[in-house]
Design a binder for this molecule. Structure first.
Ligand SMILES: Cc1cc2nc3c(=O)[nH]c(=O)nc-3n(C[C@H](O)[C@H](O)[C@H](O)COP(=O)(O)O)c2cc1C
Length: 430
């Protein structure tokens, strides 16, 4: 761990976390969101935050699900998800009035790298009322029943479209099915419309995730994860956007259900599966049920990743696996890698290790494993250029033969077929 991160770690665990934990989980969450809202608008902060990012994160480009991430840990959906609104007019009026309706949209990607924004539903939602978030420090877990509070896809798209030059280079949009919709046609229409708002507003994320798996609403969460529903919604989403589509699933699904879902994802052209969302459990007051993340989810999510990866291998499906669930330290990354994960998402780690949790975890993971294949990239253009690019030079020769696509070369590197290489990537079609 570098000195800067060691100092940060000591400051967070010794000072900031105890101060945040003096408040309820809900109050601390609101405080952090208020800070992000204020920070997003302070242009002078941007260079400072970028410098913190550079001091904290290794340059570890990672190809997953058709996207090149700056490093393999993303911030999972639900942290930068936006304000709740009662209706679309109110949400659009807030955008017109210049309000920041997606707090953290600028600060978080600048600080931590790739972030999945959302979940956004077709229509705005206020979410649940009362106490909606808890933490269980003994097991480093979180629990929430926020209930898909969000501004709705139309206002989210309008808001992001208003920041074209400040949008991150790499980010995802998570679109969730509307709870309690029983009509498959309406479900499909809503996903098409929600995705269509981003396309129409020329908001082009690096990927779009279909969230089939929110346990914090009144619907039957597993009902959303039937093969027929997954197949239909994946097909409409893939038809609606021209970026890679990922799907997020629940923990605890049966082997048969995972088999059928993976078959549907592979057939439809889904590029990655995120395993998993939270797991519904009774709330601490016993009054309702809410989704558990963090330490208490880890074993279940790891088991899901292991089973999904086995299905992928058995059938040769071209669906990458992104682990999400209880990743709190480097050893968890190693275990998930061994289980077959290609990349990682975190949420609860932010509570227990602060905003630079991903950097701490990456550093620990690096100390535990053999040095990862390293390379530097020269002359790289935009993502689209890379996809068309060829490797025209490499000191090692192996991956450097002209004609290798970036994806092929990258796979060789990640598979450890070449220890170190310096790749020079040029667009075929500059
Ligand atoms: C407060 C909170 C809100 C969340 N909201 C969403 C959401 O809107 N959409 C989603 O796909 N996942 C949501 N999640 C789930 C996380 O993205 C993640 O899947 C889950 O917390 C497991 O990761 P973790 O163990 O690192 O926390 C939320 C999680 C928390 C704690």
């Amino acid at each position: 761990m570098n000195l800067f991160l060691a100092a940060y770690d000591a400051l967070y665990t010794g000072v900031l976390r105890p101060s945040l934990f003096r408040e309820s989980a809900g109050a601390a969450h609101e405080r952090v969101i208020a800070l992000l809202r204020a920070g997003d608008d302070r242009a002078w902060l941007t260079p400072v935050i970028r410098a913190v990012n550079r001091a904290s994160f290794p340059d570890q480009p990672t190809l997953v699900g058709g996207v090149v991430l700056p490093h393999p840990i993303m911030l999972a959906a639900g942290f930068v998800k936006g304000d709740g609104f009662a209706d679309e007019n109110a949400a659009l009026a807030a955008v017109d009035a210049g309000h920041n309706i997606i707090p953290g949209w600028h600060m978080m990607p600048s600080l931590v790298g790739a972030v999945e924004f959302g979940s956004f539903t077709r229509h705005p939602r206020m979410g649940n009322i009362g106490v909606v978030v808890w933490r269980d420090a003994a097991t480093q877990s979180t629990q929430n029943r926020i209930g898909l509070r969000n501004p709705g896809a139309r206002a989210a798209a309008a808001f992001l479209a208003a920041q074209p030059n400040a949008l991150p280079a790499v980010y995802g949009i998570n679109i969730a099915v509307t709870p309690n919709v029983d009509d498959p046609d309406r479900d499909a229409d809503e996903i098409t419309q929600a995705a269509g708002f981003f396309v129409a507003a020329a908001v082009r994320p690096s990927w779009v995730t279909l969230n089939l798996s929110c346990p914090n609403t009144d619907d039957d969460p597993r009902g959303n994860q039937s093969e027929a529903k997954a197949r239909r919604l994946c097909a409409v989403l893939i038809g609606a956007v021209d970026v890679p589509v990922w799907v997020k699933i629940s923990p605890g699904l049966s082997d048969a259900q995972l088999e059928s879902l993976m078959r549907a994802f592979a057939d439809c052209g889904v590029r990655a599966v995120i395993a998993t969302n939270t797991r519904g459990e009774p709330t601490p007051d016993g009054a309702s049920s809410a989704g558990v993340g963090g330490g208490r989810l880890y074993a279940d999510a790891l088991d899901t990743v292991r089973r999904v990866s086995a299905i992928k291998r058995a059938h040769g499906y071209a669906v990458d696996v992104i682990a999400c669930g209880g990743i709190l330290k480097g050893a968890h990354i190693r275990a998930y890698r061994e289980a077959g994960a290609d990349a990682f998402q975190i949420w609860s780690a932010l509570v227990y290790r602060g905003v630079l949790a991903a950097a701490l975890i990456l550093g620990e993971a690096q100390n535990l494993s053999d040095p990862p294949p390293s390379f530097s990239r020269v002359g790289m253009g935009k993502d689209g250029d890379i996809r068309r690019g060829i490797i025209v030079n490499s000191p090692l020769g192996l991956v450097g033969q002209a004609g290798h696509t970036f994806d092929q070369a990258f796979s060789l590197l990640l598979a450890g077929r070449t220890p170190t290489a310096r790749l020079v990537i040029r667009s075929c079609n500059p």
